[in-house]
Design a protein around this ligand. Structure first.
Ligand SMILES: Cc1cc2nc3c(=O)[nH]c(=O)nc-3n(C[C@H](O)[C@H](O)[C@H](O)COP(=O)(O)OP(=O)(O)OC[C@H]3O[C@@H](n4cnc5c(N)ncnc54)[C@H](O)[C@@H]3O)c2cc1C
Length: 385
């Protein structure tokens, strides 16, 4: 791993930043408030190759890795135009299908995912399992050559914008005990598949849904990978999810910090800009340091992942997601404070970030579950549950 980004990555960063700025946070705010999706932004990002940057070239992508995909999301988020769907459709699903799908499945799904014209949501969270994925009960049973899927999911993002959902279940044969996940691609128009929006207090363009799967009949090739391949198959997608979660948080933190710094340079109430006062300057400097450190860990995690080191990437991805969420939450809070009353006004667009950034401590994996992971795998401490 080099600590210096290659000229190609620097150039990608710049083109994504320029593209995202051409839409900007006002576009996202207006769309969100109107209850609309960011369709133009999404499709143009797809056309420009940004969404498919990590998809292999033979399936219509750029042939790069999670490093580049996270770079894209970081820059989009830093411009106030983060795309949550990238975390699931390209981050998790394209990765899992690319690594474990059959040739036919890759040809069917990857080009559309890379272009942003076929969107796939991701459903693992269940009402009675929550953070404890070992307790999921969504079950696939065989019926001749088909699968029959039954279960419930909650908080599944962007199902209304998706053509399909990659649903994490288990098979009838592996119904209890340690989770051996089975991953099914479920079209959103499949009979027996119903989704209902959850009334969230979030000011983001992507909604969350409860899913009801009642005797959903799927063909044999809806199953991606083997029926009980073990957790590694699932984590092949969840580590990129964590890296992408970190990228989104780092981007939001950078956006908030940038706004705070601009304000601190021009706002003057005692004859000098408020940024002159160390009570304002030092916390912002601290935010900068914390965001840079989180980003470095994110880049390490992505580098490990792209080099094929799944176990090494798992710890780094968890640490990156933790560090990025904490840094971003603090950066947004400090930005609000730096702007004083304006920090809570609609005009400056910082208060809105308070609401958005809070997601990063809970999803895709909560702060506490990361601490549990590091305590057990990094420190060898006994499991508490
Ligand atoms: C905006 C948003 C988008 C989402 N999108 C998706 C999606 O697309 N797909 C999907 O599958 N899911 C999605 N989720 C769900 C998300 O992954 C879960 O909310 C998250 O994993 C936490 O699960 P839970 O809400 O059931 O909390 P719970 O598991 O009920 O936990 C509640 C609290 O208890 C803590 N806790 C639980 N167990 C322990 C423990 N052993 N030790 C210490 N603390 C513990 C948790 O950290 C948390 O703070 C989304 C959630 C949100 C908010």
């Amino acid at each position: 791993m080099s600590f210096i980004e290659s000229p190609e990555r620097v150039a990608l960063r710049k083109s994504v930043a320029d593209f995202a700025a051409s839409y900007g946070s006002d576009y996202v705010r207006d769309k969100t408030d109107a209850g609309e999706h960011l369709t133009e932004l999404w499709l143009e990002a797809g056309k420009l190759g940004f969404l498919g940057v990590n998809t292999p070239e033979e399936y219509g992508g750029g042939g790069a890795g999670i490093y580049e995909l996270s770079l894209v999301l970081e820059e989009m988020s830093a411009a106030g135009a983060g795309l949550l769907m990238m975390v699931v459709s390209q981050g998790i699903n394209a990765t899992i299908i690319g690594r474990f799908g059959t040739e036919e499945q890759k040809r069917r799904w990857l080009p559309g995912i890379a272009a942003g014209t076929f969107n796939m949501a991701f459903g693992i969270t269940e009402p009675d399992a929550g953070s404890n994925s070992h307790r999921i009960t969504t079950t696939g049973s065989r019926d001749g050559g088909d699968w029959i899927l039954n279960g419930r999911k909650v908080f599944i993002s962007a199902v209304d914008q998706a053509d399909a959902v990659l649903v994490v279940g288990r098979t009838e044969d592996a119904k209890t005990g340690k989770l051996r996940p089975a991953l099914f691609v479920v079209p959103t128009d499949a009979p027996g598949f119903v989704y209902q929006p959850i009334d969230m207090e979030l000011r983001i363009p992507d909604r969350q849904f409860t899913l009801f799967l009642d005797d959903v009949r799927l063909p044999a090739d809806a199953l991606v990978g083997s029926a009980d391949a073990g957790l590694m198959q699932l984590f092949a997608g969840l580590n990129p999810e964590r890296i992408m979660g970190a990228a989104s948080a780092v981007g939001i933190g950078r956006l908030a910090l940038g706004r705070a710094v601009d304000y601190a340079k021009q706002r003057s109430v005692w004859g000098a800009p408020i940024g002159t006062h160390q009570g304002i300057a030092h916390p912002l400097a601290q935010n900068k340091i914390e965001l840079e450190l989180a980003k470095l860990m994110m880049q390490k995690a992505a580098t490990l992942y792209d080099s094929g080191d799944d176990m090494g990437a798992a710890e780094a991805a968890n640490m990156a997601k933790y560090a990025a969420a904490e840094a971003a939450v603090r950066a947004v809070d400090q930005a609000v404070h730096t702007l004083g009353g304006n920090g809570l006004s609609a005009e400056y667009g910082v208060a809105r970030l308070l609401n958005i950034v809070r997601i990063s401590r809970i999803a895709p994996v909560s702060r506490e579950m990361i601490l549990n992971f590091v305590a057990q795998f990094g420190l060898g401490l006994p499991k508490s549950y």
